[in-house]
Design a protein around this ligand. Structure first.
Ligand SMILES: C[S@@+](CC[C@H](N)C(=O)[O-])C[C@H]1O[C@@H](n2cnc3c(N)ncnc32)[C@H](O)[C@@H]1O
Length: 304
């Protein structure tokens, strides 16, 4: 049915006119209100209409935000499911059972726990990404990367197997901006002497060690892609009764060369090769000082 336009609406003040148009007020009532000659009524109507408009706008904005949030949340929950399926630990304390011996050599003095390398590789790379280990030792990183379909290039000053390239990693023979993850597991100063070669960083004084590590860290940074990650597995130590925090010293260098700090994980040490070999002698040494036995390593995370 066609509705005829009621001319009475034309003479109404703005607020009442709007209220009638939006069907908040019957026209007859509006006409009566005008007859009362009370400008306050019109003003109140304008306020109510504006408030209603704002409320509706907020309602729409909130509804849209809720939809976006739930979409994001779904994406996050899917990611969480994927990390759980892959066994990725999302907290900063890592404690594993026995070393998983499919990777590297469990008898290599100073090997990395397989599970530590796995956590870094799985969390920070995806299938087909490229990983570099500049100090590969017994090749733990190689085997982890192969098991998880990552490309791997491994170097060491004293290679223990054919798939490790002999190299002094103060220069890394890898193209600039070509690597998604560098996994770096340097000697803990002189804790283990790896060789008698003059380039071996385990033979150096603390200052020389840090200088060499600066070169290796800068090389790692150079070969990383933008947003690529560097993981450093390192432990602190006590020498001649003095605590030496290698993790802090290396962190200072990483900061100085402009890497972005992404935090660290603490890996509880369990039955390391050196512990097996030296047994209680380690504790006997510390009993005469105020130092603690270092029962953890740290994994430092940095981003280019
Ligand atoms: C802690 S071990 C790495 C262990 C390894 N992540 C594994 O799981 O077997 C450190 C390694 O650094 C190597 N290294 C020492 N100085 C080096 C240098 N200048 N360039 C390259 N590798 C070096 C040693 O030969 C040793 O194998």
């Amino acid at each position: 049915m066609e509705t005829t336009y009621d001319m009475r609406i034309i003479g109404l003040p703005d607020g009442l006119k709007q209220a009638v148009k939006e069907r908040d007020l019957p026209l007859d009532v509006a006409v009566q209100l005008v007859k009362m000659h009370n400008p306050f009524v019109n003003q109140k109507m304008v306020q109510i209409i504006n408030r209603k408009k704002k409320y509706e706008k907020d309602l729409l904005k909130n509804a849209l935000a809720a939809v976006a949030k739930s979409k994001n949340m779904r994406k996050k929950l899917n990611l969480l499911k994927k990390t759980a399926e892959e066994g990725i630990i999302l907290s900063s304390v890592w404690e594993f059972g026995n070393r998983d011996n499919y990777a590297g050599d469990s008898n290599f003095h100073g090997n990395a726990p397989t599970q530590v390398v796995e956590q870094c590789v799985l969390r920070l790379t995806k299938n087909g990404d490229s990983v570099v280990d500049p100090m590969a030792g017994s090749g733990t990183t190689i085997d982890v990367c192969k098991a998880h379909q990552r490309k791997i290039k491994a170097f060491d000053l004293t290679p223990t197997r054919k798939d490790i390239i002999e190299n002094d990693s103060r220069h890394i023979p890898v193209a600039t901006l070509s690597t998604d993850l560098v996994f770096l597991h340097p000697p803990y100063l002189d804790m283990v002497r790896y060789s008698s070669k003059s380039e071996d960083v385990s033979k150096l004084s603390l200052d020389e060690f840090l200088e060499s590590m600066r070169n290796i860290l800068m090389e790692s940074q150079r070969i990383l892609n933008k947003d690529g990650h560097l993981c450093i597995l390192i432990g602190d130590l006590v020498r001649k009764g003095k605590f030496i925090s290698l993790s802090r010293r290396l962190s200072v260098i990483c900061e100085e060369i402009g890497l972005e700090d992404c935090g660290y994980a603490v890996k509880i040490t369990k039955d390391s090769v050196s512990q097996r070999r030296r047994g209680k002698a380690i504790y006997a040494e510390l009993a005469t000082t105020n130092n603690l036995k270092q029962n953890h390593d740290v994994v430092l995370f940095w981003k280019k």
